[in-house]
Ligand binder design. Structure first.
Ligand code: GLY
Length: 420
């Protein structure tokens, strides 16, 4: 098979790395990719939503399967454009990507179909948002209704914070006020063919920039997999939620094909949906894909074609993987770029280290430099989360650059309770 991956971040690097390790895969192409992917993928410059250019590449390279990494091209309808020309695409239609593209729509989907989720209310105009922020229960959860690269959520502890968040978020569009839930968060994944949700594992992400879960929300500062503190009955409920969401989407004429990501809160009353995303998580993918065993490409192709088999299974290697994101100074507000990354070998990896380095925003012109907010994810592997964590943190300093930011407290007590 020849597989084309759309995207240019560390998640897409991990997807390419995983596909390249499949016996059935002859070559991986990445559009546009990044220089760190070069050892595992042929990077081809083209716009991730430019369907004409993508179709040309697909025909030229005789691509068998397209895997779409980020949400932007999916919400923009790139999967629809390619499917219209008979291409097998692992990624939802624009209609199905609405599950991520509109937070309020996703909440209403849950409420319509009895999927456990917090109460939610959408306020359309800035005046309404501000008025709601002045009266809502505290703590308050405010979410931008549209796509915000993981940075559109504020948990306001007091009135002042709620009003400030209302002013900031409403500048970008409608805002959703959600019931505040307590518990531990977990990210759950399923490979979906439009009807079936094949459970694809759990990971836990750390979204705040700073240790102690302080500082601004980010796209994610690190993640580990598996998540040992999820009880068996919660795991059953999570599988049911993923299947219920896929069945609901099919029933509403928006069959979901691709990786479905449920962000969940494990409450005292069981798991509840905080959000759905229409693609793999970043940085969750960088850890979870390291554990996925076997030749997964034919299974991904079956899902893309809408025909997962009834007895389809997925297997994971034993042990755990733990990813630490290295972010640029100034991230997330105003990342500074251009710092040299002297520890990386010419192949973009750490010489003599078992830890893997997935690139998100780097350039290479003989030397490696930073080129964006989240720059690298360093992934350690080990017999359990603690060992994987130790391996990742041991490797991080070698990949660091001037002003690099990373969290030092992620997964501290992963077996019991992680800081949230
Ligand atoms: N890690 C959260 C996300 O991918 O949206």
């Amino acid at each position: 098979m020849r597989v084309l991956v759309i995207g240019s971040g560390a998640r897409e690097h991990a997807l390419c790395w995983r596909l390249q390790g499949c016996d059935s895969v002859e070559e991986v192409l990445a559009v546009p990719g990044n220089p760190g992917m070069a050892p595992v993928a042929r990077c081809v410059p083209a716009g991730p939503t430019d369907a004409t250019a993508l179709l040309r590449l697909i025909r030229t390279w005789r691509v068998d399967l397209v895997v779409v990494g980020p949400e932007g091209p999916l919400v923009a309808g790139v999967a629809d454009r390619l499917r219209e020309h008979g291409v097998a695409v692992l990624g939802p239609s624009a209609a199905a990507a609405k599950i991520e593209g509109s937070k309020s729509w996703a909440m209403r989907l849950c409420h319509r179909h009895g999927i456990p989720a917090p109460a939610a209310e959408r306020c359309a105009d800035p005046g309404e948002v501000l008025a709601r922020a002045r009266t809502c229960a505290l703590p308050a959860v405010l979410k931008a209704d549209g796509l915000m690269s993981g940075k559109g959520v504020v948990v306001a502890q007091d009135r002042e914070e709620a009003v400030a968040a209302a002013a900031a978020l409403s500048a970008a569009g409608p805002v959703v006020f959600e019931e505040f839930l307590t518990g531990r968060e977990v990210s759950a994944f399923a490979l979906c063919d439009g009807q079936r949700a094949l459970f694809y594992g759990l990971a836990r992400d750390h979204k705040r920039l700073l240790d102690g879960d302080r500082g601004p929300m980010t796209g994610g500062m690190g993640a580990f997999s598996p998540v040992p503190d999820v009880a068996a009955q919660d795991l059953d409920a999570i599988r049911s939620i993923l299947q219920a969401a896929v069945s609901a989407m099919a029933a509403e004429g928006r069959p979901f094909v691709g990786f479905l990501f449920a962000g969940l809160m494990l409450t005292a009353g069981g798991p509840k949906v905080l959000e759905f995303n229409c693609r793999f998580g970043d940085p969750e993918a960088q850890s979870l894909l390291c554990l996925l065993a076997g030749d997964v490409a034919p299974q991904w192709l079956r899902a893309a074609r809408g025909c997962l088999e009834a007895d389809e299974t997925v297997s994971f290697a034993t042990g755990a993987a733990f990813g630490v994101v290295l972010a640029a100074p100034g991230y997330p507000q105003a990342p500074r770029t251009g710092q040299g990354i002297s520890g990386l070998a010419p192949d973009g990896q750490l010489a003599g280290e078992e830890a893997l380095v997935f690139h998100a925003a780097t350039t290479h012109d003989g030397a490696w430099h930073t080129a964006g907010g989240r720059v690298l994810t360093v992934v350690g592997r080990g017999a359990d989360v603690a060992a994987a964590r130790a391996a990742a943190y041991a490797a991080v300093p070698a990949a660091a650059f001037e002003g690099a930011q990373w969290r030092t407290d992620m997964g501290v007590i992963a077996g019991a309770r992680c800081p949230q």
